[in-house]
Ligand binder design. Sequence first.
Ligand code: SF4
Ligand code: SF4
Length: 202
Amino acid sequence: MILPKLRELKEAITAIFSRRYTTKFPAEPHEPAEGFRGKPVPDDKWCIGCEACSEVCPAGAIEIEDDRKNNKRIIRRLYDRCIYCGQCELECPQPKPGVVLTKEYDFADFTKDSMRCVQEFELITCGKCGCTVGTVDQLLATARRIGPALASAGPEMILVRQNEIGAPGPQVRRRKEDTRSDIMVFLCPSCRHKVYTTEAGK
Ligand code: SF4
Ligand code: SF4
């Protein structure tokens, strides 16, 4: 019975003569420790708008909006929903993460607008059904990663690289019938399968 009390007394006396454990924030700035997970900030040099981070975000803090009429993908990072888990940075497929958790923690505000980060990407849609194929940056990153030999075997890769160097490429068309010329049009996997199988059956 007496031993625990003595232990508590020892702890109390040690605490009196030890340095303080808490910081003086907000009276004084606080420098977070190494590995601290703060505000996730996108890095436009590496982010390709692939939406992988949105799929792994457990808090639903990364919204993706595909404006297929205007070929635009909008990514909204909602800091008021973020739980700073770091999954977005961890699971980003780029060689360097397209979003990085910084040490910034003091950004609470009264308006939601200041708690948003908006990015915009050029979107490629299927030339037949109009569904999303991916962003231009995403296709270019894939083409670079797989190398010129493999990239030249995929029409989407050829087309996106043609567009990158400004070479005149085929225009996006929306037609019902599947013909040989549709091979060199941006297509989703399902429409590409239909075009190839229809062509093979002719
Ligand atoms: S590149 Fe990384 S940060 Fe950008 S959308 Fe894809 S997963 Fe998210
Ligand atoms: S840190 Fe976690 S909660 Fe915040 S945006 Fe990234 S994945 Fe979502």
